[in-house]
Ligand binder design. Sequence first.
Ligand SMILES: NC(=O)c1ccc[n+]([C@@H]2O[C@H](COP(=O)([O-])OP(=O)(O)OC[C@H]3O[C@@H](n4cnc5c(N)ncnc54)[C@H](OP(=O)(O)O)[C@@H]3O)[C@@H](O)[C@H]2O)c1
Ligand SMILES: [Zn+2]
Length: 346
Amino acid sequence: MKAIAITGQGGLDRVQYLEVERPRLGPQEVLIETRAVALNHLDLFVRNNLDTLKLSTPHVAGADGAGVVAEVGPDVRTIKPGDRVLINPALNCGVCEFCQAGEQSLCVRLGIMGESCPGTFAEYFKVPQDNVHPVPEGFSWEEAAALPLVFVTAWRMLISKAAIKPGEDILILGIGGGVSTAVLQIVKALGVRAFVTSGSDDKLQLAKKLGADAGINYKTQDFAREIRTLTDRRGVDVVVDSVGGDSYAKSLASLVKGGRLVTCGSTAGARPQTDLQRIFWNQLSVFGSTMGNRREFVEMLNFVRKRGVKPVIDQMFPLPDGAHAFGRMEEGKQFGKIVLNVNGNT
Ligand SMILES: NC(=O)c1ccc[n+]([C@@H]2O[C@H](COP(=O)([O-])OP(=O)(O)OC[C@H]3O[C@@H](n4cnc5c(N)ncnc54)[C@H](OP(=O)(O)O)[C@@H]3O)[C@@H](O)[C@H]2O)c1
Ligand SMILES: [Zn+2]
């Protein structure tokens, strides 16, 4: 079968469309004939850290995917060939203390499709049966593929960690990203006032169309100062910061006393300067968050279904053009999710 595979650690030339072996099914696994897959920042991370991750080459990338069930292992009961499915990309051991307690994203052996095993960027991919969910009604293949990773990450950050409430104010950094657009869509459905930052005025305009209440260009403005102006000096209740780097101290400075910061990423740097005095004097809470547990995944699916929320698709490429898709993400041009269409996508 054909796949977008990484042939070694390095640049875009290491992202290639080539022939790889079709996955062989274990007893509790499901083989999916792919219709669409979506990129995540994780895919760039995997390509840049292939050696540390100890992955063999060519390595099929990709965490997110959706398609039609082609085959099921002998112990699979509830899923059948022909089902239209999307996947939860988080892989867990099922036996550690955290898995036993239903906190799968804390699993001591947590893995992700395309990061700890072959991924979804291929004509077929396989996943454990517990990772398979029906595509919500009315979703296109592109929307089904684009939804899982960023929406479950956003859901856990907002609901389980920050416990955001209607009437509160939020600041979302780097609104062009997949996680950030998902966060914006969820909080607008919840009745939260949302401020966003971006390095692009065009993206700030697109964010306003999605419901953002105000936008700040982090390249030309000091966003912490702007947030004080926008909130009558008060600050916001919650900051979702998946950027890190120089933004982190400004994120803390944007919070109201007693405010909450949630981080799931460090696109601009993982070891930023912080401000302990501000954290203790203003009694701020800082939450780390990664993906979500199974209950949160189902809650998220129910939420988008009931509220009619669908992921923002930035651009679609055919699978053979996967390297161009990687390039678009690397240059930070996207607003929302970059998707690859596979197998004619019908
Ligand atoms: N822990 C988890 O479970 C989890 C899950 C998903 C993602 N993540 C992490 O979260 C981050 C975002 O992921 P993603 O897939 O949404 O990535 P993405 O689609 O590539 O988006 C990254 C966005 O970050 C913004 N950005 C980059 N540099 C910036 C800077 N210096 N200052 C402010 N904003 C900056 C850009 O926004 P503008 O274009 O608007 O400027 C860009 O669009 C990544 O680091 C990823 O690894 C973690
Ligand atoms: Zn576990």
